[in-house]
Design a binder for this molecule. Structure first.
Ligand code: PLP
Length: 490
């Protein structure tokens, strides 16, 4: 059949790859493990006929399922989403702000948060997260940073934090929630990677338990629902849920997939009925794996010893973050090697680390294969005695470039492409984010300066991946077309 997408998916399924990546059901493993029948998807695919509820005005089955989820996750109200955490983040931010409002956000936030700045015509006030010098990743923000931002910006409507980060590092979210509330503001949490936190005492505190007002989670990433299905939870009497629902309607299709909605219901059921035991097994497997990996010369697996440094208050121990600096190879190279030589696919890699996502869908055999493969990888690369420089490129975007106009203003302006050297003093028309550490060097609307160019050059020399930049060779940059003057709002 000439069906390229289906063919590609079948090929991947048949490859028997070890899936250390999302979605959390792990190629359907969790359904097999628990003997849950959910493979008649085509027959179940339908629309809002009689007896099937309406996501945008739920009255029967969806309402009941959302109420069950609210109870299990610890929310006052839960909204099921079929456009990922992305749409939940748009809606939760737009739902508590008006155009022109200021909002405090981490500089390393996911692009859905910056997207909300554009959609909502908001002014971002950034907090720069702490960076771990060993792994070279951005980690967490501290309660002191949040308090300082609130003191200096009393007009801010809310604080957004990303908790955990992609690497599983968590801020002291309870203290942050207390501080935010003591200033009479709302705490919104991007908990895309933490939907499993509420179900085991050895995992970091969940944002709802810590006191967040609105939390959006990618149920599909760490629990068992289908890709793109998420939940937005509210636990606050200060949130206008009608406004939030309005924006959720706006951000999602009028033809939601009831299969995705059913998968959210199943994900809740699994965690309610057996979440604790399933997580217990996975946590034990992750702990053994971490110990075994740390016995391998040249490889370091992130451990709880990092707690207490760089704002890290807790760590998600189901996230296996492995650093290869000791072998002088990049995470990207290790990622490729694991895939090609051992059929193991990890979630992400950067210039120093790989991140393997483990969930309740995993089995011990996966971890065994990872440990075995890493032992071999270390042997191969130690023998090859790669003579790469051991100097790590540390990008320090300690100062944020001056904002000349709001991100949305810059995005709507016409732009031109300039050689980097000619761009100094011009207003940037794009987002430039090096990975690692995942902190933007510059955002749309900010003025390009020498430090930004120096950092772009560091990325170029060290093969650090840059997201967002329109020219992958990093020789040119997109700038806003008006040479002088600021935006209308600033
Ligand atoms: C930190 C963070 N927030 C939000 C999102 C968006 O989640 P989704 O893919 O469910 O839309 C992601 C996706 O990777 C993410 O890493």
């Amino acid at each position: 059949m000439n069906t390229p997408i289906l063919n590609a998916l079948r090929k991947y399924k048949d490859s028997n790859t070890v899936p250390f990546h999302v979605p959390g059901h792990k190629m359907g493993n969790i359904f097999k493990k628990l003997n849950i029948k959910f493979d008649d998807l085509i027959e179940l695919d339908t629309t809002e006929v009689e007896g099937i509820d309406n996501l945008h005005a739920p009255e029967t089955s969806i309402k009941e399922a959302e109420e069950l989820a609210a109870k299990v996750f610890g929310a006052d109200q839960t909204f099921f989403l079929i456009n990922g955490t992305t749409c939940g983040i748009y809606a939760m931010i737009l739902g508590v702000t008006e155009a022109g409002d200021s909002i405090i956000i981490p500089r390393n936030c996911h692009k859905s948060v910056t997207g909300a700045m554009i959609l909502g015509r908001l002014k971002p006030i950034y907090i720069i997260p702490e960076i771990d010098d060993v792994l070279n990743i951005s980690c967490a923000i501290t309660p002191i940073q949040v308090e300082e931002a609130l003191k200096q910006n009393p007009q801010a409507k809310a604080v957004v934090i990303t908790n955990p980060t992609y690497y599983g590092t968590c801020s002291d979210i309870k203290s942050i929630a207390d501080i935010v509330h003591s200033y009479g503001k709302l705490l919104l949490v991007d908990e895309a990677h933490g939907a499993h936190f509420a179900f085991h005492e050895k995992l970091p505190i969940s944002a709802l338990k810590a006191g967040a007002d609105i939390v959006t989670q990618s149920t599909h990433k760490t629990l068992a629902s289908l890709t793109g299905s998420s939940m937005c939870h509210v636990k606050s009497n200060k949130v206008d849920t009608a406004k939030l629902r309005f924006f959720l309607k706006l951000m999602q299709t009028t033809s939601p997939s009831h299969i995705m909605l059913a998968s959210l219901d199943i994900a809740r059921y699994i965690m309610e009925s057996s979440g604790q035991e399933l997580l217990n097994d996975i946590i034990n497997m992750c702990n053994i794996t971490r110990i075994e990996i740390n016995k391998i010369d040249g490889i370091y697996c992130m451990n709880i010893e990092r707690i207490g440094s760089n704002g890290i208050h807790e760590i998600d121990i189901t996230r296996i973050v492995i650093n290869f600096s000791g072998l002088n190879i990049s995470g990207t190279e290790a990622d490729k090697w694991l895939r090609e030589k051992h059929n193991i696919q990890v979630e992400l890699s950067d210039s120093q680390n790989i991140v393997a996502v483990s969930t309740i869908g995993d089995q011990w055999e996966y971890f065994e294969r990872l440990i075995k493969a890493l032992k071999e990888l270390a042997k191969v690369y130690r023998a090859s005695n790669k003579n790469m420089s051991n100097d790590k490129a540390y990008l320090r975007a300690d100062s944020i470039p001056e904002m000349a106009m709001l991100p949305y203003e810059a995005i709507y302006k016409s732009t031109e492409i300039l050689e980097l050297k000619a761009s100094i003093g011009r207003i940037c028309g794009e987002i430039i984010i090096p990975y690692p550490p995942g902190i933007p060097l510059i955002m749309p609307g900010e003025i390009i300066n020498e430090e930004v160019l120096k950092n772009i050059n560091t990325c170029l020399i060290n093969h650090i991946k840059i997201n967002g930049i329109s020219d992958n060779t990093m020789r040119t940059i997109k700038v806003v077309n008006n040479k002088k003057g600021k935006g209308n709002i600033l």
